[in-house]
Design a protein. Sequence first.
Length: 357
Amino acid sequence: MQTEIAHIDPMQPEPALIEHAARLLRQGKLVVFPTETVYGLGADALQPGAIKQIFVAKGRPFSDPLIVHIADEEVLETLVVHVPPQARVLARTFWPGPLTLILPAGPRVPRLVTAGLPNVALRMPRHPVALALIRALGSPIAAPSANRFMHISPTTAHHVLADLAGRVPFILDGGPCEIGVESTVLDLCAAVPTILRPGGVSLEALRTVLPEVQPSQSLPRSGENASQAEEAGGMSSPGQMSVHYAPTVPTLLFEGTLETMRAAMLAEIARRSAQGEQVGVLIADEDMPTFQESGARIYTVGSTPEQVATRLYAGLRTLEEAGVQAILCRDFAEAGLGRAIRDRLRKAAGGKVIKQR
Ligand code: TXA
Ligand code: MG
């Protein structure tokens, strides 16, 4: 299959391009499109034949359910059994935006979308291209991140091509994604509203609206093996498997104070370099003086949580493509978007966390 790429204006998408993409979706084909979080691999959510192709293109097991993207709040009613009052408040506050709500699925939602679960994941993205595409199709769009199963989510069309060239017919290239990590998945079917995946909307922000929101339980803690964490924390969201967002290169996460973290990373670079390994490091801008003479291949992700989130996946992919034998990552503070960043770093490391006091 030939993969066609079209550049689209991310702020004012060209109607002819949107119409072309909507026509493909109507025909049951797949279209990759930008969202404010990461690129999505979309299909008409109401066509089971089209949904099936998403799983095939990604190499994703049918047991992992998909997020359904909508562009208007009225559509919510048509996809769920009922809309709990908390869902309305959250939607009014955070939609369009990087929040996915788990709600009881209505009969219109194909079983392939929910992987047979009684609940459906719904989100209204705020990217103009995503919104225009959903409206032009006139139907909700089911879309996981547009990467191969188990790989890092794509934040540019180049990342999508690296994973899915020849496996999807059409990519709308709207430039780099603004947020850079996926949406927050919030389970409103649990006894207490619980975050299944930290993401673009922080725990703090959710609690301003719904103080009882509980943080994700399945985060692998440092020093704890990924599979142990899964056993301890359960897996209420199948995509919460801790190896989910991993680069193809062994990745280590360093935790501790700034000084101990940097020292341990330098020691690891020296040890590996002595064995002839080429090492990549993912660091903040202010770490640069510490590492510039280390011989490691360096990728800096900025300083603020917003900058780090935006550059994180590009950094992991760049180091991976550079052919390094190991990627060493520093840890970041947990406030705000930091919670999602830490979650993704721990998943990238698959439990290989080195903690210094
Ligand atoms: O930002 C995002 O959420 C991006 C963009 C494209 O919208 N999408 C995305 O989709 O990250 P995906 O499929 O890569 O991740 C969706 C997550 C998975 O962890 C999945 O298991 C969970 O949401 N999920 C989907 N439906 C669910 C359901 N009914 N119950 C529990 N978890 C669900
Ligand atoms: Mg994904």
